[in-house]
Ligand binder design. Sequence first.
Ligand code: NAP
Length: 283
Amino acid sequence: MMNIGIVGLGLIGGSIGLDLRTLGYHVLGVSRREQTCQQAITLGAVNQASNELSLLSRADVIFICTPIALILPTIKQLIPIVSATSILTDVGSVKTPIVEGACQLWPNFVGGHPMAGKAESGISVAQLGLFTGRPYVLTPGENTPRESIEKVEVIVRSLNSKVYFCDPREHDRAVAWISHLPVMASAGLISACMNETNPIVLKLAQELASSGFRDTSRVGGGNPELGRMMAEYNSVAILRSLYSFRDQIDEFIQYIEQEDWQIIEQKLSDTEQSRKEFLEHEI
Ligand code: NAP
């Protein structure tokens, strides 16, 4: 059985460890804090843990599960430690800047993004089976050796996830639509509502708010660091999506100003249909 390395024993790294240990892999974990390393051993997410990357010198495949800003620096630190045949893969939610940087540093790199998560973070919320039935996107570089891609694919499939392959730029554009734009749109909704200047109206709105506001504000009320990461690392794609969204808002403003109720109904009837079709595969 292969030796698997995991750097960053948080929600994602810890959950990968729990699954892979159950499958019989030997899992070596590295995290920043000693306490996290101990907890990972106690929870059964790793066989051995350390805060020194040197623990991974004999790992065949290493999953880098640190916060996104630390992925490339971690790869740089791993290069003098690992053997030439070691395969590196990451789990970062944005792919283009990581795959471009990582493949230059280490050709044996396969980008990855498990599309599973939770609102909370850290090893204590790691969960066995977190990736079951969820998409796991792989974005290898142009020159990544085929055997390396296949090895990562086999491991990722063993998490019971649905594996997709795509170009990193396509990945980033797709997640801008379904994940990053919704965060900004939802945050904008919350801010706009809080800008109500009449305190009586604002209080009344709060008391009347029900499932509609709860649903539409949920992703805008999430982890601020994650939202910043999306904007910072996926700025090209998210700007493209936001410009398009702004056009849509402007259209609604125009229709209402023109008192064109018919076109609004038509538009909402189109979106009613589009939503059904778009989400069809989920049902
Ligand atoms: P997380 O729970 O905060 O885990 C990251 C862990 O990395 C922390 O627990 C921290 O552990 C450790 N860490 C921080 N600096 C480190 C360093 N210098 N060296 C080694 N370990 C370090 O976050 P997460 O949600 O698992 O996210 C991790 C990655 O997964 C991110 O790149 C994110 O883009 C990606 N991702 C997240 C989700 C999601 O929904 N959460 C989904 C898919 C992908 P200690 O400081 O305690 O040691």
